[in-house]
Write a protein that binds this ligand. Sequence first.
Ligand SMILES: NC(=O)c1ccc[n+]([C@@H]2O[C@H](COP(=O)([O-])OP(=O)(O)OC[C@H]3O[C@@H](n4cnc5c(N)ncnc54)[C@H](O)[C@@H]3O)[C@@H](O)[C@H]2O)c1
Length: 436
Amino acid sequence: MKIAVIGTGYVGLVSAACFAELGHEVYGVDIDEEKIKKCKKGESPIYEPGLQEILQEGLRNGRLSFTTDLTEVLPNVKIVFSAVATPPGEGYKADLKAVFTVAETVAKHADHDLVFVNKSTVPVGTGKECEDRINEVLKERGVNYQIPVVSNPEFLREGMAVSDTIMPDRVVVGVNHNEWAQNLMEDLYRPITRVGKPLVFMSRESSEIVKYASNSLLATKISFINMLTELTEKTGANIRDVARGVGLDTRIGPRFLHAGIGYGGSCFPKDVKALLATAEEHGISMDIVEATDKINARQRKRFFKQITDLLPANANVGILGLSFKPKTDDMRAAPSLDLIPELIEKGHNVKVFDPAAMKVAAPLLPTQVTFCKDALEAVKDADSVVVLTEWDEFRGIDLIQLKNDMRGNDLFDGRNIYEPEEVREAGLEYHGIGIR
Ligand SMILES: NC(=O)c1ccc[n+]([C@@H]2O[C@H](COP(=O)([O-])OP(=O)(O)OC[C@H]3O[C@@H](n4cnc5c(N)ncnc54)[C@H](O)[C@@H]3O)[C@@H](O)[C@H]2O)c1
């Protein structure tokens, strides 16, 4: 099927390349000329395992192409996906400017019936508003093309985005009384349903809520275990043992019970806050979600305070990991963006290393930061080393060499990736979260 994906960011580019990989003919569209230039050359503008390979394969077999001009591709397609960003706007409400711009642009230039699919994370009611705006434009043009709006939220995890898209747990599609649109979505996702993955249809409103509910529930699991770290620290219990004991209950499950510095990234913080903004708009309180957000902020502050309280004046600090999680260069709402400026402001010297995110991070961090070629260079002569991202290569670091290369002996493990005993045996002081 011929489709267009508007917005070739973390979600749009992965979706476009995966749909092409699954046999569809896909046009990726973005207003960012640099991004499109790179995509056309087969260079992924983001770091995402496996993406560059399928991007190049799509270009090679001709099923994937890119343009900055939507009008060029619109006459050819049956489905238009919108995967533009929906960042936090006023009062943390999702900023829908880009979504509405795309919907209205499609309506302005459409010359046949097509389905408009919102892949972006949007508050409940946005699909209806898009449809109203589209119909308004079509009316002004004096044409009566059918452009139903469908909701198809994205659940991919950065770092696993390609496999999550090709083999998702489920695909959720919200369609309101439109058999034609539903059939087209069924055809589009056939390569995925054929391997047994569920395609779940529901109303557009339910589908829009599913996305916020999923992210907020996952964030709640993280905040719940993080909440308990304060108690385990005070009582000498071990949060890893607690999480294991709790998570082995099949009703609960072990995932998202890993205590640490709290969630970051482009989705959880913004989606939790946006759900709260939606609740407020509807005069509803969501106490659990509110607590999730508060605990997350407190967890980060608590850890940072432990670090800064222990540092001598003008200390050397080695930071391992900048991105909000491993296997991505995404720096949105990454803890490093809060901690590093605070350390610099307090007069400390900061050396950093991240396997993928340094290029993206450089313009976002103070100019005094030193970027290093590897982890050992970042920890050289450090009074304290702080692990902010659980990249695999940090797990396997030689702790004895780390100790020998440092000036001090404090290791702050923001992701609880080390065994405290092993760290101590290497002559280091261990500072984990909810664990001694
Ligand atoms: N990043 C994730 O892990 C993830 C996961 C699930 C859902 N989402 C949701 O997906 C949406 C997109 O997120 P993202 O991380 O891919 O954002 P992104 O910022 O990486 O990408 C958005 C892209 O849209 C482009 N764009 C903006 N306005 C445009 C326009 N008018 N026409 C064409 N292109 C335009 C931008 O140039 C950019 O390349 C958001 O709603 C987000 O919440 C993201």
